[in-house]
Write a protein that binds this ligand. Structure first.
Ligand code: OAD
Ligand code: ZN
Length: 235
């Protein structure tokens, strides 16, 4: 058995045309993180936050997965030597649209909302705001994006820890390695001491030196090539 765990970040969706967070034309360049990615910002100005995520979801829907997403989905389908797990920090739906069947969205999902009255989480592909009525409890005024904001706990951490413990290969793709806990997964994997580790990124990340191997380039080229390497190694 060779279990492979991927951690993906904004860099894998950059080749679809979606802005990353920290590159020069990045999302956080045009917005104050405090305004659109904290609970305090949401309390201060709900409309700004609803507009931000509605716009982002519309932009995401107008674009498509790229060859990197398709390659990981293909690997999940065709790899017979063990499990292929995709943990993503991305809130876009591209891994799933490309055909991946098991994607752990640790930072939430652009196409989901959560009701703060009854805590119900559900898929929502249309605009929502303070007047939106919860599908479950029927109350208006309690819907928020199901996105993990700064200061909030990432989702599925127990499952992620289990996957990291079972990983034989750990691959980080397109992530700057500055937002924890995801940036700390490489240290955790090293402490467990079992996996080979690979970073695939346009430029070395903040945690690049902790990886055994580094592949530089654009995800749309490097990821399909790396997936082919894994698929041919199993034969
Ligand atoms: P960043 O914007 O911090 O980093 C993107 C990384 O992708 C950088 O290291 C780039 O060099 C690299 N990159 C850019 N274009 C690429 C390409 N075509 N191919 C390969 N790599 C490329 O994004 P993340 O690390 O994902 O959290 O950011 C982590 C978290 O910070 C996000 O999930 C978000 C943000 O705050 C939440 O929203 C909770
Ligand atoms: Zn509700």
């Amino acid at each position: 058995m060779t279990n492979i765990v991927f951690l993906t970040g904004a860099g894998i969706s950059a080749d679809s045309g979606l802005s990353t967070f920290r590159d020069s034309d990045g999302l956080w360049n045009n917005h104050r993180v405090d305004d659109v990615a904290t609970y305090e910002g949401f309390v201060r100005n709900r409309k700004m936050v609803y507009d931000f995520y509605n716009d982002l979801r519309r932009q995401e829907t107008s674009l498509k997965p790229n060859p990197a997403h398709y390659a990981l989905a293909k690997l999940q389908r065709e790899y017979k030597n063990g499990k292929v797990t995709i943990i993503t920090q991305n809130v876009d739906d591209y891994h799933t649209v490309a055909g991946a069947t098991d994607v752990i969205h640790m930072h939430g999902h652009l196409h989901q909302v959560r009701c703060e009255n009854c805590m119900h989480v559900y898929r929502c592909d249309t605009d929502y705001d303070e007047t939106t009525v919860c599908q479950k409890c029927g109350k208006a005024g309690h819907i928020r994006p199901n996105i993990v904001w700064f200061g909030e706990m990432p989702l599925y951490m127990a499952r992620i820890e289990e996957e990291l413990e079972q990983a034989d290969i750990f691959v980080a793709i397109g992530t700057s390695g500055v937002v924890y806990p995801a940036a700390g997964f490489i240290s955790r994997v090293r402490a467990i001491g079992r996996a080979q580790t690979v970073e695939i990124n346009l430029e070395p990340s903040e945690v690049n030196r902790l990886f055994d191997r580094s592949i530089k380039g654009r995800a749309k080229d490097t990821v399909p090539a790396y997936v082919d390497e894994l698929l041919s190694a199993q034969k």
